[in-house]
Design a protein around this ligand. Structure first.
Ligand SMILES: Nc1ncnc2c1ncn2[C@@H]1O[C@H](COP(=O)(O)OP(=O)(O)OP(=O)(O)O)[C@@H](O)[C@H]1O
Length: 260
């Protein structure tokens, strides 16, 4: 098999006396959907923060496309193609959908400040391209009809789709979804699953935290399970659901695992 796109080795994060993530080895490949599950407080969000470069680990290694990432500034993680979506989307309310998506391109636009200020010809062609790309991405997530609408007019579920279009605007190679199905209707969840599947089919690696087990188990190619910061299982959805340590970790909340 080819080298993984993302590889962590011995990744650890300590908050004072609390070891939130411990000795974590994770790998993801292009086009793969890797689910990350675990009981509350298991360390999933902290793992995302480390991989997105929002927090610096207290131990271990993160390699992305062969580059050592620990210690680099957060924007370097985005520039190399690690993007994330958040549980609570924060769009720019008074801007159109297209402009919101264009903001997501800022890590990629090859413009210097003076070009923008001088409205040089180069700026206009880059602008036109950015506008076309924003439309494409909005169509991809099913918001093609609302390209010029104000974000304030969107429903909650549509806001979630806009957040995905914005993340895609940064041309991710790895995209981190933090509970993308939370608060969505069944129909919206189905649409979202289709979108995430198509993102992976383009060769983008997907890392997915999701409490909705049915959603996650149907979508993930592989699932890693955390408990008290440590990985206790890593395998296909069927393998992890049958894993004795996983069942034990979810004791008291067995229905959360068995509703998959
Ligand atoms: N900034 C922080 N400072 C101190 N402790 C933290 C911090 N962030 C997380 N923790 C602690 O680290 C542990 C792991 O938290 P984390 O949010 O990563 O878990 P999680 O698996 O995402 O949980 P949930 O499913 O409830 O969102 C928890 O005990 C949490 O209280």
């Amino acid at each position: 098999m080819n080298a993984p796109l993302l590889r962590t080795r011995g990744l650890g994060m300590r908050f004072g006396g609390l070891q939130a993530v411990a000795d974590l080895d994770l790998e993801t490949w292009p086009g793969e959907i890797l689910g990350l599950i675990g009981p509350n407080g298991a360390g999933k969000s902290t793992t995302f923060n480390l991989i997105a470069g929002a927090m610096r680990p207290t131990s271990g290694v993160i390699e992305f496309d062969g580059h050592a990432m620990v210690g680099r500034p957060t924007h370097d993680f985005a520039r190399r193609g690690i993007m994330r979506t958040f549980q609570h989307n924060k769009p720019f309310e008074s801007m159109s959908l297209a402009d919101n998506v264009k903001v997501g391109m800022h890590t990629r636009l090859p413009l210097s400040l003076w070009q923008v200020l001088a409205a040089a010809p180069a700026t206009q062609s880059v602008e036109a391209k950015a506008a076309r790309r924003a439309e494409e991405l909005l169509e991809f997530v099913g918001l093609g009809e609302w390209v010029h609408a104000d974000v304030g007019t969107l429903s909650f579920g549509q806001g979630r789709l806009l957040e995905i279009a914005r993340a895609l605007a940064g041309e991710p190679r790895l995209i981190l979804f933090d509970e993308p199905a939370a608060g969505l209707t069944a129909a919206e969840c189905e649409r979202l699953a289709g979108i995430i599947g198509r993102i992976a089919a383009q060769g983008i690696a997907v890392l997915l935290i999701e409490h909705d087990m049915r959603f996650l188990m149907a979508l993930a190619h592989r699932v890693a399970v955390l408990n008290f910061g440590r990985k206790i299982a890593d395998g296909t959805p069927a393998e992890v659901q049958a894993h004795a340590d996983v069942v034990r970790a979810y004791l008291g909340n067995v229905e959360a695992l068995s509703n998959a």
